[in-house]
Ligand binder design. Structure first.
Ligand code: ADP
Ligand code: MG
Length: 767
């Protein structure tokens, strides 16, 4: 709460209290319509529902809708929504991000809101954390939507074009942010209006909203086409591999940037044949490559940031702690890491189009969402999306006991204490869930547990469906499950096992033992992730405990409070500090980390915004070319003689399509070239901005200037094509004019763009 001034907090608090009492009142009013809803036959539901407009303030339609939804869910799903779920749905209809704890039934709350919006004529996308959940939730909720005659579908990576087209035609579509985003990007390849797939964005209901809207906001989704990428020179990789930290290079305290010392620069210069890295000939070419190689060796760690599997570098998604199949780093870094691991270079391709998750979501007219931790993300949600948050109380009071953090003097003592604690709890039969920070740590812990006689199930880097199954059983008597961060997100843990009902003997037995015991192996960079881990226990009024073990040597302290001295007073035997100072130190490291992340987000967003606006302009032009007769009009204006000659033999429709393809081709080419320019400027901006006031201003100046040339250049090239390319009754022969489109395209997400942060400036040793 430290981030808010008290006054701001009070205003927000008052607002949300008012909203909450309004929702409570609405749910009470809806009771008056319960009897009416119960009296409807299944066949009468669609008409009754369709007559309702939840956004009509003059009627009681919202209250009526709540009654209908309650009855429909009961009948179709066997789930009678709790009042709190309907309160959540009501706040979603108002466009808030609602905070509801794990296991409170956010899926159903989201579906009720989606149905209400669909009945009011809106088109709804429910953004799921992954493909597995998109499908699970769409199929699970389908009978409810069916009863209201609201159509529902989902898209997943494996969906065919036809399946996607059918899904997007539904009132409500479930899909992960990347699948929906990739479809938006793939529309860049359409040369006919009927090939467009993505619908006009209207409403997005985002599940696990903080993860998508905050943690993944700045990840660019990329559509690329095949061309050969840059590979860092072998000689550079070789010399950089030999550099030693402290002597040849330093790593910044936040672990985000590394830079050469004078010694290091000298060694590199010698080994590369006595060059001067900072001379005009090398400062823009060799030096950036050296820095990228250095980044690959010093900052990107195997089994923490990536794993090597099947001869490929697979990135680990830091906010979810599992392999991110579709992600890669920016090209130079990806190639450098592959070279470091002695793997063959993957084709990096040319970026055809790209959009960040944040920009993708900002295209929607209305964004709302649900998560277990909305309040703690409130500042980002307000600042970047202008979203309010609503806290919904739990259906049954939460009785989980969150024990105070236990802090140790070093990692060895911390791990020993964790192992002791887990063994003791395990001996009672109480299930234990341990949340670690990375794959390497989870494997190490499983090993240590094994030595002490505890067999743990480890959960990392698997597929979503497997993860869901393992995590769903983490509440079984005697289970010890080790998980990386938020693996298996979206699945709740029932006491007694995944199919143990809330009244079953298995459930009650584990509840008697104290429920699920959650153990954290250190603070996360944000308190939100700690809360999510703790929130795994104590669902729906179940008993449970949570405790976080930390050490003053944890990375979070090293990175964010590098100069802080360890407090004294640790127990000489166990290394455990008494409560107080040591825990305060960890907490303040976390606050520094949170502040840094917010600043980086704001900063990066400033760089992105301009390019997003430019993208909108290009897309608007593209849309006009695709959906109107503008191509022919322009052909006529620009090249009337050629057009007249062609018109003697060829129909206007064919000529219009020929012109369309020519204009689109060059618009897309110039946009791809512009993106390449932007990325070039991004990597070198701190060199270019040397001597000027602000790199951001300089970035804007260069990118605006370059973009200004784009429309004319695209038209100039298209005119040339229209003058010279072969145009017959079969259309225009672009390939024959050496203007073939990329035949091979693919999509990916760029992970952790190191160039978009202030880290780049540090990499070059400029600030
Ligand atoms: P969340 O996303 O909030 O963690 P889910 O939507 O996954 O929760 O639901 C968690 C569990 O609660 C599911 O097993 C679901 O069947 C159950 N559930 C949801 N709503 C109700 C309800 N109204 N009555 C009984 N069980 C419910
Ligand atoms: Mg959920």
């Amino acid at each position: 709460m430290g981030r808010f001034s008290n006054k701001v907090w009070k205003v927000l608090g008052a607002q949300s209290t008012r909203n909450q009492s309004r929702s409570v009142a609405l749910i009470e009013q809806s009771a008056a319509f319960d009897e009416w809803a119960q009296g409807l036959s299944d066949a009468e539901f669609p008409d009754a529902a369709l007559a309702l407009d939840v956004y009509d303030a003059k009627t009681q339609d919202r209250a009526r809708f709540i009654a209908v939804a309650r009855e429909a869910a009961d009948r179709a799903l066997g789930l009678r929504p709790f009042d709190v779920q309907l309160q959540g749905a009501d706040r979603l209809l108002e466009g808030d991000v609602v905070e509801m704890a794990t296991g409170e039934g956010k899926t159903l709350a989201g579906a009720v809101a989606a149905a209400g919006m669909a009945l009011a004529g809106r088109s709804v996308h429910v953004i799921s954390p992954n493909d597995y959940l998109a499908r699970r939730d769409a199929e699970w909720m389908k009978p409810f939507f069916d009863l209201l005659d609201v159509t529902v579908g989902y898209v997943a990576e494996s969906s065919t074009r036809e399946e996607r087209r059918a899904a997007y035609a539904k009132d409500v579509v479930y899909g992960s942010v990347n699948e929906i985003g990739f479809d938006v990007l793939r529309d860049q390849l359409a040369t006919r209006a009927e090939d467009l797939l993505s619908p006009k964005p209207d409403v997005a209901i985002v599940d696990e909203a903080d993860s998508v809207l905050v943690d993944e906001a700045l990840i660019p989704l990329v559509l690329a086409g095949s061309v050969k990428g840059d590979v860092p020179q072998a000689a550079i990789m070789e010399v950089v591999a030999r550099l030693r930290q402290g002597k040849h290079y330093e790593v910044d305290s936040d672990g985000k940037s590394a830079f050469l010392t004078d010694d290091g620069a000298r060694l590199v210069e010698e080994e590369l044949g006595g060059i001067d890295l900072y001379s005009d000939a090398h400062v823009g070419s060799t030096l950036p490559q050296v820095n990228i190689a250095l980044h690959a060796y010093s900052l990107v760690e195997r089994d923490v940031h990536y794993i090597v599997r099947d001869g490929e570098v697979k990135l680990i998604n830091s906010s979810r702690g599992r392999v991110a199949e579709l992600q890669r780093w920016p090209d130079g870094l990806q190639a450098a890491v592959e070279a470091k691991e002695g793997l063959s270079q993957t084709d990096s391709g040319e970026v055809i189009d790209t959009i960040t998750v944040q920009a993708l979501l900002q295209r929607y007219a209305l964004v709302c969402g649900m998560t277990g931790t909305a309040i703690a993300a409130g500042e980002q949600l307000r600042q970047f999306y202008d979203l309010g948050v609503s806290q919904i109380p739990p259906n049954t009071p939460n009785i989980r006991v969150d024990q105070p953090m236990r802090v140790f003097d070093n990692k060895g003592n911390k791990v020993a204490a964790i192992v002791d604690y887990v063994r003791e709890v395990h001996e009672t039969g109480q299930p234990v869930l341990i949340g670690t920070h990375d794959v390497a740590e989870s494997e190490e812990l499983v090993h240590m547990l094994k030595i002490s006689g505890v067999t743990a199930t480890v959960l990392n880097a698997k597929n979503d469906a497997d993860e869901a199954r393992i995590i769903a059983d983490a509440g079984t008597r005697g289970a010890v499950t080790v998980s990386t961060q938020m693996a298996g997100r979206g699945t709740d843990i029932k006491l007694g096992g995944h199919d143990a009902g809330d009244d079953s003997a298995e459930h009650d037995e584990v509840a008697e033992l104290g429920g699920l015991a959650v153990v954290g192996t250190g603070l996360h960079d944000t308190e939100r992730l700690d809360q999510q881990l703790r929130g795994r226990a104590g669902r729906q009024g179940d008993p449970g405990t949570s405790v976080i073990f930390a050490s003053v040597e944890d990375p979070i302290v090293e990175r964010h409070l590098p100069l802080k001295r360890s407090p004294g007073g640790a127990d000489p035997e166990t290394g455990e500090f008494p409560r107080g100072k040591a825990a305060d130190m960890l907490d303040s490291a976390q606050r520094v980390a949170e502040g840094g992340m917010l600043e980086t987000h704001a900063n990066t967003w400033r760089y992105n915004q301009l390019v997003n606006q430019q993208r909108d302009l290009v897309m608007a032009r593209r849309h006009t070319l695709l959906t109107t007769d503008r191509p022919l009009v322009d052909f006529e204006e620009y090249e009337p003689e050629r057009l007249d000659a062609l018109r003697a033999e060829i129909d206007d429709d064919v000529l219009e399509q020929a012109a369309r393809e020519a204009f689109l081709y060059h618009l897309d080419r110039t946009w791809a070239e512009h993106l390449a320019f932007v990325s070039e400027v991004q990597t070198t901006i701190h060199l270019r901005a040397l001597g000027r006031q602000s790199p951001l201003d300089e970035f804007h100046r260069l990118v605006i200037e370059e973009f200004r040339k784009l429309p004319d250049e695209a038209v100039r090239r298209a005119r040339e094509t229209l003058r010279e390319a072969e145009i017959t009754a079969d259309g225009i022969d672009l390939a024959g004019a050496d203007l073939g489109r990329n035949t091979l395209t693919w999509t990916y997400m760029v992970h952790d763009n190191p160039f978009a942060t202030k880290g780049m400036a540090n990499m070059f040793g400029m600030i």
